[in-house]
Design a protein. Structure first.
Length: 154
């Protein structure tokens, strides 16, 4: 075995194996997102934007173009191009901000949500079933772990 491929310390090796499994899940999700983008005629960045906008909605956040640019790690000009594509396709709406009448907020359209459920619904149902099979304590540990991993990546 090559140097550095697998740590000699069993605990470190187990942690690395878990990270590799997490990476595998991330890659498989990315492939599903790519397939959705192709079938829906979208850029992969457009799908990431839609996901971020839906995340904001679930969290009760007002998603502005500037907020979206930060979430995507893109310039405001590049984000504007994404917003224009999504608006033209009918996937998002630009609405007046609730907090600042001079700015706009972005909202995913009902038709885009329906399109996403049509494609991802069966996968989400399988993932929900898998997650429901875990005990509450197991779900809590996983949730805490994934939160910490996301923070470590940032």
């Amino acid at each position: 075995m090559r140097e550095g491929v697998m740590p000699a310390d069993p605990e470190r090796a187990a942690a690395l194996e878990l990270i590799h499994r997490l990476r595998e899940v991330a890659l498989r999700l990315e492939l599903a997102i790519g397939e959705f983008a192709r079938t829906a005629g979208l850029h992969a960045t457009d799908v990431r934007a839609l996901i971020r906008l839906l995340d904001a909605e679930r969290a009760g956040l007002e998603a502005t173009p500037g907020w979206l640019a930060g979430q995507l790690g893109m310039t405001s000009q590049a984000t504007t191009a994404v917003i224009h594509r999504l608006e033209a396709a009918g996937h998002i709406e630009r609405l007046r901000s609730r907090s600042d009448g001079r700015s706009s907020r972005l909202q995913v359209s009902d038709s885009a949500v329906a399109l996403g459920w049509q494609f991802f619904g069966p996968l989400l149902e399988r993932l929900i079933t898998t997650t429901e099979a875990l005990t509450h304590d197991q779900q809590t540990v996983l949730s805490d772990y994934l939160t910490t991993v996301a923070e470590a990546i940032d």
